[in-house]
Design a protein around this ligand. Sequence first.
Ligand SMILES: [Zn+2]
Ligand SMILES: [Zn+2]
Length: 480
Amino acid sequence: MPYPDDCPNASHNAMKTSSIHHEPLLSVGVLTSPRIAFSLSEAFLIQGSSQRLPAGRYTASPAADGQVLVSPADKDPQTAQPLTLPDAAVLEPSGQGCFWLEQVRIGLQFHWERLQRQQFEGSLCLRHDGQGQLIAVNLIGLEAYLYSVIASEMNAASPEELLKAHAIISRSWLLAQLRENGSQTEAPKAGAAYPMEMVNAQGEKEHIRWYERDAHRLFDVCADDHCQRYQGMAHSDTPQVRAALQATRGQVLSYGDDICDARFYKCCGGMTVSFENCWAPEPHPYLRPVRDLPQGAAREEDYSDEEAARDFILGNPPAFCHTTDKRILSLVLNDYDQETQHFYRWTQRYEAQQLSEIFRQRSGIDLGRILALQPIERGCSGRIVRLRVVGEKQRIIIGKELEIRKFLSNTHLYSSAFVVDTEGRRPSDRAPEVFILHGAGWGHGVGLCQIGAAVMSSQGYNHRQILSHYYPDTVITQLY
Ligand SMILES: [Zn+2]
Ligand SMILES: [Zn+2]
């Protein structure tokens, strides 16, 4: 593959298991605003000074000299003396206290976006964002953070072994992401996306792009879906999640000395796919194709060939995630709609005009009427990595999987594992009138298949078996 930045050994920068011996303290960027309103349940110590802030309500704002002004909100603003703190000052509870942030915007860019008061344990750090605003950063132990994230995203009725597997992959994923940040170094990673526009050796135009999570500069992770949704202390206690975290405390998935970048998605469609089919061409040996069947039943299989992909997708073979068990599906899918969710195998039908218009709007590329969709490279799971789209005006090769899913749907196609049939012929030139995409699976297909894992746990597999099925050759390592 002619990638100019091809670097097969680039995974050497993975976070090492040998570099972590204690529970890490995580910095979570919760809120950025010119004025931050917060409350303290008890006196908080100001780290590095003998001062303390008594319990009460405060507002913080950036001062021109790079410091942070904190004013008591309850007292008469004429008489209350604001306190000046250095940038990035850390306020630490003196006992078991907590703090609240007012007016935290949640549901960013969703239809339900609103402001919320959120409660936090751990410390509060107030720092300049470099653009005239302050960031409220919560410093919190990794385990407490994971409890909050998992309790809000997992169904408490999930089997214990599924919760344990989820706790280990969340912990691993999180620690693996921190390596990219270099944790609060000043140099951000160059861009979130890797576009490549080129003309290949055959003289064809190619648009190949994949997306990496943008690293944060001033904290480890943010509080919204970009990283993991975090809304402070959980609203209600979930003993099942607490037990799963306690049982796996400090455990990560590792490969050699590397902490695994444990990716996951909803449904593989029968087989998982290699990391490099979706992202940078950097092999991750534990993110490689696995047939989603019990060991022994699964042969070495490869559906990258067009005919094999068609047999596999239309054949609708068995797999762990090939289930219609409503109870299991409702564990994994938050807004599970029993009538409409067909994702192990799915069909999308388009009039040629409609498809051409969607492609033009979503890609910004005007091909004219689309005449053909020609898969030219697939991964082992049948997911298309490069797709030639032939239009009346021009043709282009697009990839990788997320770009294909984005350009061929008003939302996103469930996956890039599909075969194409056409119907009808325009009398003038025999161009197809209708395109039918027969697809498999939901999501990128790299790593753990959430529906498959839920089925495995309901069949009595334990979390170790589930993890070694989806992440071959990995082991569970106790870091602390
Ligand atoms: Zn983020
Ligand atoms: Zn699966």
